[in-house]
Design a protein around this ligand. Sequence first.
Ligand code: COA
Ligand code: MG
Length: 310
Amino acid sequence: MNQLPDPIRPVRSFLFVPADSERKMAKGADSAADALILDLEDSVAASRTQIARGMALDYLRSRPDRSRQQLWVRINPLETESALQDLVTAQGAPDGIVLPKVRGAADVVRLSHYLEAIEVRDGIAKGSIRIMPVATETPQALFTLGSYEGCSSRLAALTWGAEDIAAALGASTNRAQDGEYDTIYQLACSLCLAGAHAAGVQPIDTIWADFKDDPGLRRDAQRARRRGFTGKIAIHPGQVDTINAAFTPSDEELAHARRVVEIFESNPGLGTVGLDGKMLDMPHLKQAQRLLALAQRFAGSTAEGGSDRS
Ligand code: COA
Ligand code: MG
C-alpha cells in the first residue's frame, strides 16, 4: 500500500486566498478549509506583490497554531526573480509552499535547498516547510510527471491546473465542444494522479471555477475522489464544505471496508472470497485498507492536532 507522507496531516480542502486581501485572509480563518493558500502569484496584481508579501508574513506570524488549519503560500515561478523575494514569507514558517509552473522534480529540489537555508538561518524546524507543485502548467512538466518519487522529503502533494498549460500550448480554450476538458487536459489530470501515487504523496484535484455552481462542484469533487484524488482546491469559502464532504469517507464506506478487512483476516489462507454475492481479491483488500488508513489520518488531524510552530 502506498504511504501518504508522514508526518504531514492530509488535506481535503485547500482554499486559495489572495494575500493582498486582509478581508479574505480573515474570512479564510473562519472557514473549515483544512489549509489556506496565501497567494502571491496569479490573483495578485504585480503592483501589489510587495505589499502582499508583507501581509502574508504578518498573517503567518499572527497564526502560529496550525492545529486546525494549515497555512501555505503560493510563490511565483522559480525562474522569476519574484520567487526568491516571495520566500521572505518562509520566515513565518508556513506549512508548505505551492510552487506553480514547475518543469519537473528538479524545481522541487531547488526550492527545497532554498527552504533549507531559510529554516537553518531562522531557527525553523528543518524540513518542516513542505512543497506542493502545480505539476501540469508547463509543456515540459507533462513529460516529467513520473519523476517525483523520492525527489525531496518535503514533497507533500501534487496538484494540476488546466489554465496556464492551455496558454502555454497556444490553445484558445481548454474545453472540448461538449464542455468537458479537452483530451490533453484530461491527460494532465490523469498523469498528476498517477504521478502523485507513484511518489507516495497526496493527489490534489484542481479548482472548480464556477463558485456559485454547488451541484457542479459536488459532482466534480466526487468524481475526483472516485478516481483516487484525496483532496481539492477551493477558490471561494462557499466551496469548502462541499469539498470536505466529498473527500471524507462515509460511515457506510468505512463499515464496508471493515467487513472486507475482517473477511480476509478470518480466512487467512484465501486470496479471494465472496461477500454479498461479489468476488473480492487483493485489490479490494488494499482499497479497504487504504480507506481505513486515510480515515484514521483525517480523524487524527482533528483529534490530536498539529504542531504549534510558535
Ligand atoms: N477566501 C476568503 N474569503 C473569500 C474568498 C476567498 N478565496 N473569496 C471570497 N471571499 C469572501 C469575500 O471577501 C466576501 O466577504 P465579505 O462580504 O465579508 O467581503 C465573501 O467571501 C463573499 O464573496 P463573493 O462576493 O461571493 O465573491 P467575490 O466576488 O468577492 O470574489 C473571487 C470572487 C473569485 C474574486 C474570490 O472568490 C477570490 O478572490 N478567490 C480566490 C482567487 C484566487 O486566489 N485565485 C488564484 C488561484 S486560481
Ligand atoms: Mg495560474
